[in-house]
Design a protein around this ligand. Sequence first.
Ligand code: ADP
Ligand code: ADP
Ligand code: ADP
Length: 213
Amino acid sequence: MRLVLVGPPGAGKGTQAEFIAAHLSVPKISTGDIFRSNVSQGTPLGVEAKRYMDAGELVPDEVTINMVRDRLAEPDAAEGFLLDGFPRTTPQAAALDKLLADFGTALDLVLELVVDDDEVIRRLSGRRTCRGCGKIWHVEFDAPTREGICDRCGAELFQRDDDKPETIATRLREYSEKTAPLVDYYGAQGKLVGIDATGPVEDVTVRAIDALR
Ligand code: ADP
Ligand code: ADP
Ligand code: ADP
């Protein structure tokens, strides 16, 4: 299955992507994770992306599209994938359609996680990520047993630089200006399914998996 997850920053895309990708046995491709990994390794792509990420802005389409093109060409994505955080603009969506058409395939479904702004702000301000395994935690809604330590792998948790209040505001603005139009784009293709992404993580996962059938 070829699936895209859309929704505002903090909607729970990364959290759900992990369960959904495991359920479907497809690779999870998160552009945010790939950018962050390039930033921490200091690659040229990371150096370029960091300026935008720190400001809460989207990385330019050309850079992002080239990166995704390379990733989708890897053998593990041939039979299906779950894209988390891409596309985020109409040109990215059009480039993805073109890329898949060149491979002789197309997206099956776009799953929209629907959450309001107040909830998104609560989720982003308490988000913590594991430095070791990348698992996503929340100080209040999904807290580890020992503060600041990942239950799964024992490594230290950190707060993302872009989860600061000023940057969150910019990211939400970028979302409504540049990403929200994708709902109409995929709606017009008949591929969009929206689900309520509030409530416990497990309930959202059940709704997401139901929507795939
Ligand atoms: P969140 O999960 O909070 O929405 P991500 O981890 O997906 O955030 O993305 C973090 C940052 O990486 C974004 O604010 C943006 O700067 C950059 N980024 C990720 N995906 C894209 C994309 N598809 N297009 C442009 N920039 C992106
Ligand atoms: P993850 O499994 O951590 O979500 P991926 O499997 O998508 O990430 O990518 C694994 C690693 O490969 C990342 O750490 C990233 O640095 C690197 N990577 C993947 N695709 C690209 C690319 N197109 N350009 C640069 N680095 C990439
Ligand atoms: P995104 O990838 O869309 O930015 P994340 O998956 O990183 O979102 O989730 C943002 C924050 O919200 C994380 O701290 C995560 O633990 C928390 N979270 C995710 N889903 C839920 C939920 N259903 N209820 C409460 N908190 C959640």
